[in-house]
Write a protein that binds this ligand. Structure first.
Ligand code: ATP
Ligand code: CA
Ligand code: CA
Length: 432
């Protein structure tokens, strides 16, 4: 396990790692991006590009401050994911990741020991992952690619890159780059990480009262009597998307993922500045001649009744039959000049709460399905075995993927307005 327990910032080893990761990304991504677009081939899924950096430099890699090796996995596939599917502007991507280093600890790292780093403008997250997660992502990359291509409104984590840094003494660090679900420009007043499991899924309320950034869990949600306030239209769309996403995750045999829910209260606005003091900014050592010029990259997307997305959403709603037996999500990848107005990220980067009359409420939700790289492997089977001895096997979190996905989806339906409610779910699925 890498980097467990180190506070990011003063730790020099992490600075070197950051420098290496960002230098590698800068070179590898711009190299692929400089080539002319082409159609993806099966080989692109197997491709690996290796770079070797040192203080001298060579024709492929400019000189760097440290010696390290960098490996770029399936660069063309990720370029497609970024540009064609998720509508990330290539220049923004590079600029935001490599113009300045911003590190944040994002609470204490989870059990997995993964580290999270934010890009300069807070749009992207670098997450270090285990070797097993890395191998797993590569093994499902084709399925993932096809799934998100066909379901552009997916709530699944958006992967923009998969890389590896190898340090001189042989330590290998794997990492992915993904979307930050939370907005750069808004406070998130409450955060929940929901799995649809009730065992061990309580963050102590007394601690929560002292920490506005605490990541709360399923039982906090249920005990507080929260609901995801969405009117019939948005509820139908998100239910259908979550159903598909859970089916996909079942099909690739993963488990342990969660729905991350960030809640922004528009009346409270940004006056608490929850995020202040959590970010540490480092200036990198990029020669100023190479440093790209700053230009504003508007994060928010055009919304309102006339935005293309609002139209797509209306089309989607009106094409669904009255019984809502099937809900049609817009299938083509949305096109937009600036950013992409995906259905669930259309209101200031999130999804605005609505009442039964579909009128907007003073709350914006930031939602996504995260931590989707844990296959039901030997490790989890063992964990399931040991935990299963102590409590009811169905209530604990490491259950097989089919059961996990079904339970996840029924919980998500239960927490929405008009759903059966969290309490009911708790009764059906056991108490804490
Ligand atoms: P564990 O396996 O112990 O659950 P992990 O290291 O795999 O931990 P994640 O579950 O992926 O970590 O994420 C931990 C926390 O980081 C989440 O609860 C959430 O608060 C934050 N987080 C993760 N991914 C994102 C994201 N894409 N956008 C915003 N916040 C995120
Ligand atoms: Ca997790
Ligand atoms: Ca994990």
């Amino acid at each position: 396990q890498v980097l467990v327990g180190n506070l990011i910032g003063e730790d020099h080893a992490n600075y070197v790692l950051m420098y290496n990761m960002l230098t590698g990304i800068r070179i590898a991504v711009s190299r692929c991006g400089a080539k002319i677009q082409k159609a993806l081939t099966p080989e692109d899924f197997r491709a690996r590009h290796k770079y070797s950096f040192d203080i001298v430099g060579n024709e492929l890699t400019p000189s760097a401050k440290y010696d390290f090796k960098f490996k770029d996995y399936s660069p063309w596939v990720f370029r497609y994911l970024r540009e064609e599917i998720f509508h990330i502007d290539p220049a923004d991507y590079l600029l935001s990741l490599t113009a300045k280093y911003i590190l944040s600890e994002l609470g204490s790292p989870g059990k997995s020991g993964s580290f999270f780093y934010f890009s300069r403008d807070y749009r992207f997250i670098i997450k270090t992952i285990r070797h097993s997660e890395h191998k797993f992502l590569l093994s499902i990359l084709k399925d993932y690619y096809e799934y998100v291509r066909d379901n552009p409104h997916t709530l699944l984590s958006r992967f923009y890159g998969l890389h590896r840094v190898k340090l001189p003494r042989g330590r290998k660090i794997h990492f992915v780059i993904m979307n930050n679900l939370f907005p750069p420009h808004k406070d998130v007043h409450e955060t929940y990480d929901l799995k649809g499991s009730t065992v061990g899924r309580l963050y102590p309320e007394d601690k929560a009262a002292k920490n506005p950034r605490a990541v709360l869990k399923d039982l906090n949600w249920i005990n507080r009597g929260k609901i995801l306030e969405l009117g019939p239209e948005k509820r139908a769309l998100i239910t259908e998307q979550l159903r598909r996403d859970a089916e996909f995750l079942k099909s690739v045999d993963v488990m342990d993922y969660s729905l991350l829910v960030g809640i922004h209260n528009m009346q409270r606005g940004n006056k608490d500045n929850v995020r202040k003091n959590t970010l540490k900014v480092f200036s990198p050592d990029i020669p100023s001649s190479r440093r790209p010029k700053h230009h504003s990259a508007p994060h928010h997307t055009p919304t309102g009744p006339k935005s293309p997305e609002a139209k797509a959403m209306r089309r989607a709603i009106h094409s669904s039959d009255p019984q809502r037996a099937t809900v049609h999500l817009p299938d083509e990848s949305p096109t937009a000049p600036e950013g992409a107005p995906f259905v669930f990220y259309q209101d200031e980067g999130g999804l605005r709460a609505t009442n039964e009359a579909n009128e907007g409420q003073d709350v914006i939700y930031y939602l996504g399905v995260i931590d989707i790289l844990t296959p039901f492997s030997w490790v989890k089977k063992m964990e399931s075995f040991w935990k299963g001895l102590k409590s009811d096997r169905h209530k604990i979190s490491p259950v097989p993927p089919t059961e996990y996905g079904d339970r996840f989806f029924s919980f998500m339906k239960a927490i929405m307005r008009g759903g059966e409610g969290g309490e009911r779910f708790k009764e059906d699925n056991g108490k804490e």
